[in-house]
Design a protein around this ligand. Sequence first.
Ligand SMILES: [Zn+2]
Length: 296
Amino acid sequence: MGFSAQVRCNCYRDGKTKPFPMPELESHFLYSPCHPYWEMIGNEVAYELFENWFWHEVCEHSGMGHYQEISNWPEYRAFRQGLETTGWQHFPMLHRYLPETCDGSMPVDAVGKAIEELAHFREIAVFGTNFCLVDEETGNVVYQSNASQNSVIVWASNIGIEICLDNEGYFIIQRHVRRDSAAQQTDSSPHVFFRAKRFEQRLLQPELTESQLDGQVEYFNPDTEERFRCNIPVGGSPIYQRDEMKRYQQGIRFEHPRLLHVEERKIGAEQFNKVIQGLVAICEIAIAFGNPVCWC
Ligand SMILES: [Zn+2]
């Protein structure tokens, strides 16, 4: 079970619920909605009556409230870690009331501030940068590499060629493995075939390239007029083939963006969108009902 939250409705308090099915157990229910279960052990008829009332009949809110699944626990822990890395001092309400385990609650007078702090987290969180290879015609990111990690995006091990992204752009290199003596030597300075911050990809054999059959491509740098030919293209999204027979005959084919450039982009809180959206949703329901958020 993942990380969830619940806000109770006010229908019971306001006298809008259907009558409790077993008046003799109502005091237990008032103590805690879970408490009547202890009194029903061994009494299946009572158990079914209560379950049906609580989940289907009691009021317009199944289970007398709103239940929200927020995320799985690893996603939630990564989000907490993101808040901690950014600095808990920016998020005092979240620090005080977000749970470490599935218990506790956040009072209704804290949820408005919590929503503001979640928005602030989106604004200020930065977790390093990515180098992104962008299709200029669609704006789509075709490849990205984390600036603090390995910059290799394609590695053709059979011919020793690597394609990488860094702050100088897109580059194609070969790491030499020389066999000019009995011992095999690795050259530490790779040969650079091509480098460009923006470039054009020209398919010289489009039919072969689109069918992933080693068609030749030419990379062209418009700033230096440098060119390089090889059979390693930059592949984009799969091409949707409406004709079922052609799809079967041709297999999966890929788009090959023509104009590309490299840009550095911040890694922000967008990776935590699911958790943030779930928390905002349950906080807004807490405000609407005027009741606390209970973690579960
Ligand atoms: Zn209700």
